[in-house]
Design a protein around this ligand. Sequence first.
Ligand code: S3P
Length: 199
Amino acid sequence: MFTNYRARTGRNLILIGYRGSGKTTIGKDLARNLGLNFLDTDTAIQETTRQSIRDIFVNQGEPAFREMETATLTTFASQMDLEPSVIATGGGIVMRPENRELLKRLGLVVWIEVTPQIAIQRISQDLYTAEQRPALTDHSLADEVHKMIAERTPIYRELADVQISNNDDETDPDMVADCLISELRNTDWYSNLVKLIDT
Ligand code: S3P
């Protein structure tokens, strides 16, 4: 785990990381254990458009989907009454500089790191992936995952306030969430959250 806390005024906890890193599973555990709401940018886009992410890629193309990600973050950031939430994000959301600014504004950023080997294993075992998730390149799954993780890792690292790895399938996701919460207790973000909940 590494930490690199910067002053974050946003009240949310943002999860970034590649496909198969466990953002959704760990995010839901975090939300439950911290008593926060859970949001997911992909789900928000699917609800707004009533299309699967895969259909959006096929019918409108990836650039249109990236616009939708920015619009979703903008909406979250402008909702002053947004309950403090754990926000899981799509793995590629960090590629646009304006999204990185929005994510920083929204709250404390946690990068859940996964190795290419484990990501490939999880993605190939996940039926949802086959049906719903678009391919991101013309390469084989293994080449795509290696290429994307190599390209995105410096960006995840730069953006993250906290990093945690989730590469051991023997470890319950709830334990990863607990470990993160112990670390988060040291942050101003957490003190502000407790004050907010107490008032
Ligand atoms: C993407 C990851 C997906 C989804 C879209 C693009 C990416 O989200 O946003 O298919 O570019 O890595 P998950 O990371 O939740 O799979």
